[in-house]
Design a protein around this ligand. Structure first.
Ligand code: NAD
Ligand code: DAU
Length: 333
């Protein structure tokens, strides 16, 4: 197969590309805008493979998409703005990429008759106090991030129903693991702990997330790509759930720092209390999560400890300004 992977220079996309190239004969074309969250270095271990190529461009740019999709058998769309806090501060890029970008990709897929897989999120369902969401749960997003992701999902479904384009949607729970940008909870806490910096926990720290090791999400996407039924949506939940303070305390232990670094700070507006996804439908296709949180978090901490080449340029670049904006006042309160 020749796969067009949009957003393949980011966290989950790069893990997917690496795994797919190791486990199949596929050719992979990555189309990526290289926003603050995407970097060529993240793909450096597949760059030299003759089956790999890279195009620098945005999914909302029809010319870049036309060049990238030519000859592809399937599109896997990871490209997105992905941080909830940034969507609250500056929603503009979220609307542009998720609405316009998804539309441009769908039009190109339709024109070229290419199968389409949309990578989506549990956040489109909103918060759930007990039990787990299924694929038929109503969409009830809370943030500009999740609302625009829900809009993209609906657009994808409309192209299946109206134009007969073969589409599938994969909604994942919270991913963690190597190559995650340090604005997200786990890498932020790991890197702050390794530097002896304060560890900001929003609100009371009791918000619950359903943790999924990134390689398991990558294998679920491959499974849905190969065996998913066109027109269907598949939820992919992690095997373990945990509240944030428990996650942070475990990282504190693994990094060997003092828990007095933990600081409860002003909460995120509209903060969803709990996410939980039932995965029975994707499991019926043969997928299973292989990594429990207990092992995955150890591997993740070890990876950040051993790979400063990857995160040092981030921590010394524009991330510093973002961090000051997002946490300066919160940590000073
Ligand atoms: P990320 O922020 O690490 O990577 C996003 C990538 O998309 C980057 O390489 C960026 O340069 C690229 N990109 C952004 N806008 C683009 C555009 N307009 N055109 C082309 N490329 C663009 O994100 P991630 O965590 O790897 O998430 C990937 C996908 O998975 C997203 O669609 C996200 O909504 C979804 N998802 C993420 C999680 C999670 O926990 N991180 C969970 C479920 C679903
Ligand atoms: O659930 C899937 C989603 O997971 C993906 O769709 C998103 O792209 C991804 O960013 C992630 O969203 P969250 O908002 O759940 O992830 P984040 O890492 O931002 O936050 C996880 C939890 O930790 C959440 O309850 C907020 C809290 N938090 C986060 C940060 C950055 C803190 O307490 N302190 C922090 O500094």
């Amino acid at each position: 197969m020749r796969l067009l992977v949009c957003g393949g220079a980011g966290f989950i996309g790069s893990n997917f590309v690496r795994q797919r190239m190791a486990r199949s004969e596929d050719e992979v074309v990555v189309l990526d805008k290289l926003t603050y969250a995407g970097r060529r270095e993240t793909l450096r271990d597949v760059e030299a493979d003759p089956r790999f190529s890279f195009i620098h461009g945005a999914i909302e740019d029809p010319a870049a998409v036309a060049a990238a999709i030519a000859g592809a058998d399937a599109v896997v769309n990871f490209a997105a703005e992905t941080h909830v806090d940034r969507s609250i501060a500056e929603p503009d890029a979220f609307v542009r990429t998720h609405a316009l970008g998804t539309y441009v990709l769908l039009e190109a897929a339709r024109e070229h008759g290419v199968r389409y897989l949309q990578v989506s999120t549990d956040e489109v369902y909103g918060s759930i106090a007990e039990g787990s969401f299924t694929e038929t749960s109503p969409l009830d997003p809370s943030s500009p991030y999740s609302a625009t992701k829900a809009g993209a999902d609906l657009l994808v479904a409309s192209y299946q129903r109206t134009f007969g384009l073969e589409t599938v949607i994969c909604r994942g729970s919270n991913n963690y693991g190597p190559y995650q940008y340090p604005e997200k909870l786990i890498p932020l806490i790991v890197l702050n702990a390794l530097h002896g910096d304060r560890l900001p926990v929003y609100g009371d720290g009791r918000n619950v997330r359903n943790w999924l090791f990134v390689e398991d999400f990558a294998s679920a996407i491959a499974c849905v790509l190969e065996r998913g039924v066109p027109g269907e949506t598949y939820n992919v939940g992690g095997p373990d759930e945990s509240d944030n303070i428990t996650v942070v305390q475990r990282i504190v232990e693994l990094c060997g720092v003092d828990s007095s670094l933990i600081e409860f700070v002003t909460d995120r507006p509209g903060h969803d209390r709990r996410y939980s996804l039932g995965s029975a439908k994707v499991q019926a296709l043969g997928w299973r999560a292989e990594t429990r949180f207990a092992q995955g978090i150890e591997r993740t901490v070890d990876w950040y400890r051993d790979n400063s080449w990857w995160w040092e340029p981030i921590r010394s670049g524009s991330y510093r300004e973002y961090y000051a904006r997002q946490y300066g006042t919160r940590l000073a309160e």
